[in-house]
Design a binder for this molecule. Structure first.
Ligand SMILES: *Cc1c(COP(=O)(O)O)cnc(C)c1O
Length: 425
C-alpha cells in the first residue's frame, strides 16, 4: 500500500541543503485546498464557523492561512489566547474551550471577548466570581456518559472522560446561566478523537440537535449554536480511507433538516473545532538516517526523536514512513526506526517493512501536521526542531526556527550561569 509524500525527492534534496534535518515541513497548498473544502462543505449553514484547535499546530503562519478561510481559534490556555490575540483574532472569533481552567485565563478570555465554553457546572460560579459577571454569550460542554457507538461499532467511552456536564447538570446549568443574565447559548460536545468515518459528525449532531430541541421544550431556552468540536480524523495508515468532508457536511445538513427545522430552530449556527483534520495530513517530519544497528533486531537510528513527534511513543500511533528516492524499491527489510532518547519507546516504527536504508537516506514521517511539533518536549535535553512551510510556488520558508541550547538554558537565568557558557558549537 502506498502513501505519497506531498514533497518530491528532488524538492526535498534542495530543501535539506538550506534547512538541516530534522524539521517539520508543511504543505501550504494542501492546507488551503482543505480549508476551502471545509468551508464549502458547511456553506449551507449561515452561521457556520470552524475554530481551528490551536493546540494541534500553534504556529502563527499556519493560523493566518486558515484565518483567510474564515477560521477562528479554539484556545484552551493562556499562551494560545495570547497567540490568537497577537494575530488580531479576537472576540467571537475565539472559542475558549478549556478545562480545569485557571482564573487568569477566564479573565483574559473575557477581556478578548472570546466565547467561553464551560467544562463544568461549578465553573458558572467560578467564572462569575472571577470576572464579576456572566457573559451574554456562553456555551456548555456536554458529556453524555455511557459508551458511544456509530454504525460500525463502539467508538469510545465518554463516561471515562474528564470533560463536560452530565445531562442533568446541563439542564440545571442553562437555567442558572439564564437567571444570571446570559442571552445567547451554545452547546458543545467532543466524544471521540481521530474518527475515520463520515458518520461521526452526523451522529453527534443528531444527539446534540435533539438535546437542543429538548432544552427548548423543557426550559424555554433557545440554543443559538452547536459546536461539534474536533474528532474528525486522518487516515494515518495507507489502507485507511480518508474522511470526505463534503459527505460529512451533507450528513450534518440532513439531520439538521430532520431535527432542527421542524422544531423551529433553523437559525442554529454550526461550529466545529477541528485540529487534526485541518493540518494533520499537510505536515511531515523530515529526518536523516544516521546509524544502523544489527543486534537482536535491525535498527535504523534517525536524527529526530520522540521529542519532535511524541505520538508513536505516547499512544503507539502509526505514522507512515517513506524513504525518499526509494519509493519504488521493494519493502523487503524489517526495521525498528528509532530516535536517540534514553527510553525504549522512542521508536517511530516497530517491525516496519521498508526498503533497505543506508546512512544518509532522508526519511519522511507522514501526517505530523497536527499534534506533531505541538506535542514537542525537551526530555533528554533534546531541542525542538524547526518548522518549514512549503509554499504554493514550491519554495520553502522558515516559519519557526529550531530551538537552540541558549533557548534551552534560558530559564536558568536565576543562577547566572549563562554568561560563562559556550554556545558556539
Ligand atoms: C483537542 C481538541 C480539539 C481538536 O481535536 P482534533 O481531534 O484535533 O480535531 C477540539 N476541541 C477541543 C476542546 C479539544 O480539546
Amino acid at each position: 500500500m502506498c502513501k505519497e509524500p506531498f514533497v518530491t525527492n528532488e524538492q526535498l534534496q534542495e530543501i535539506v541543503k538550506q534547512f538541516p534535518t530534522p524539521f517539520h515541513l508543511y504543505d501550504e497548498k494542501g492546507i488551503r485546498e482543505n480549508a476551502q473544502a471545509v468551508k464549502d462543505a458547511f456553506s449551507w449553514n449561515k452561521g457556520y464557523r470552524e475554530y481551528f484547535a490551536v493546540k494541534a499546530e500553534p504556529n502563527p503562519f499556519i493560523i493566518n492561512i486558515l484565518h483567510e478561510y474564515g477560521c477562528g481559534c479554539d484556545c484552551s490556555s493562556m499562551t494560545e489566547l495570547m497567540l490568537s490575540d497577537a494575530l488580531g483574532i479576537r472576540g467571537e472569533n475565539i472559542m475558549f474551550s478549556s478545562n480545569d481552567t485557571p482564573p487568569q485565563e477566564f479573565r483574559y478570555a473575557d477581556k478578548l471577548g472570546a466565547v467561553i465554553n464551560l467544562d463544568d457546572i461549578t465553573h458558572i460560579e467560578f467564572l462569575e466570581q472571577t470576572i464579576g459577571k456572566i457573559p451574554e454569550t456562553i456555551s456548555c460542554r456536554y458529556n453524555p456518559g455511557g459508551i458511544y457507538e456509530v454504525s460500525n461499532g463502539i467508538m469510545d467511552n465518554p463516561q471515562d472522560a474528564k470533560y463536560g456536564f452530565t445531562k442533568e447538570q446541563l439542564f440545571e446549568g442553562y437555567k442558572i446561566l439564564k437567571q444570571k443574565g446570559a442571552k445567547r447559548f451554545g452547546l458543545h460536545s467532543f466524544l471521540v478523537s481521530n474518527t475515520i468515518t463520515n458518520d461521526y459528525y452526523p451522529v453527534l449532531a443528531k444527539t446534540l440537535f435533539e438535546l437542543a430541541v429538548e432544552i427548548k421544550e423543557k426550559l424555554g431556552i433557545t440554543i443559538h449554536f452547536i459546536n461539534l468540536s474536533g474528532g474528525v480524523g486522518v487516515a494515518y495508515k495507507p489502507d485507511q480511507k480518508p474522511n470526505d468532508i463534503r459527505v460529512i457536511g451533507e450528513g450534518v445538513r440532513k439531520v439538521f433538516n430532520e431535527v432542527l427545522v421542524p422544531a423551529g430552530l433553523s437559525d442554529m449556527a454550526i461550529y466545529t473545532e477541528m485540529g487534526r483534520f485541518m493540518t494533520g495530513p499537510y505536515g511531515c517530519l523530515v529526518t536523516t538516517a544516521v546509524h544502523e544497528k544489527h543486534t537482536y533486531k535491525e535498527y535504523i537510528g534517525v536524527d529526530a526523536c520522540a521529542a519532535n513527534l511524541m505520538r508513536p511513543a505516547m499512544y503507539g500511533a502509526y505514522h507512515h514512513i517513506t524513504v525518499m528516492g526509494k519509493e519504488h524499491e521493494p519493502c523487503d527489510h524489517i526495521y525498528d526506526v528509532v530516535g536517540s532518547l534514553c527510553e525504549n519507546n522512542d521508536k517511530f516504527a516497530v517491525d516496519r517493512m521498508l526498503p533497505k536504508i543506508q546512512k544518509g537516506d532522508i526519511l519522511v514521517i507522514h501526517d505530523t501536521g497536527a499534534h506533531g511539533f505541538a506535542m514537542g518536549y525537551n526530555y533528554n535535553g533534546r531541542l525542538w526542531s524547526a518548522e518549514v512551510l512549503l509554499k504554493e510556488d514550491g519554495t520553502p520558508k522558515l516559519i519557526r526556527r529550531a530551538q537552540t541550547p541558549k533557548d534551552y538554558f534560558a530559564t536558568f537565568d536565576c543562577f547566572d550561569i549563562l554568561k560563562d557558557m559556550d554556545f558556539s558549537f
